[in-house]
Design a protein around this ligand. Sequence first.
Ligand SMILES: [Fe+2]
Ligand SMILES: [Fe+2]
Length: 222
Amino acid sequence: MSPLLITLQDLARRAPSTARNVLRRLGLAADTRQTASPTSRPTAPSTPAEGGPSIAPGPTAPDPAASWELRSQADLVAHIEGHYHAGLRRDLPGLLDAARRVEREHAQHPAVPAGLTDLLVAFADDVESHMAKEERMLFPALRTGARGGPLDMPMRMMEREHHSHAVQLDRIHGMTDDLTAPANADPAWTALYAAIATMEAELRQHVYLEDHVLFARATGER
Ligand SMILES: [Fe+2]
Ligand SMILES: [Fe+2]
């Protein structure tokens, strides 16, 4: 359990309205003030189509699905594009620059994440291609509340690509000691791993909302 979630749970017990405000600011609760309990669990566990790592919130994460139950598909698409897609486009270039610097400046360090920049470049290319497909192929129809039929195949394709993102993140964890910088790392190295961890946490919520709310509604599963 992350320190953030422990804090939210404590806050929810002591000051529920403050906790709701925090969740709204994090984009995890809808403006209708229908917010998830910080201790609630996802109602539909994420299952990768092909096994292996999956992108899904941890078992104690706030349930963003519950927060979006009363919002329209159009609202949800706007939130995904405006918060998650825009955030990745804003933050990934800086992550690539930071990874390049850490690899170059610590090339002789035994814990240097050699190859991290190449992995992040491939990840960023795949994520951008994926978001562009969602925005062109799927979201215009989903925004209108369309369901099933010709949408099924592109939705399955997007779910498979979510699984590929998880595989890439798993490789990043493997080459960074689970995003743990060495004890003698400089602040830039520590900050790089923290920024990747933040990006990953956002991506997990992003994918959860797509797979278990947006797409699930369009296939009639919710
Ligand atoms: Fe997306
Ligand atoms: Fe997606």
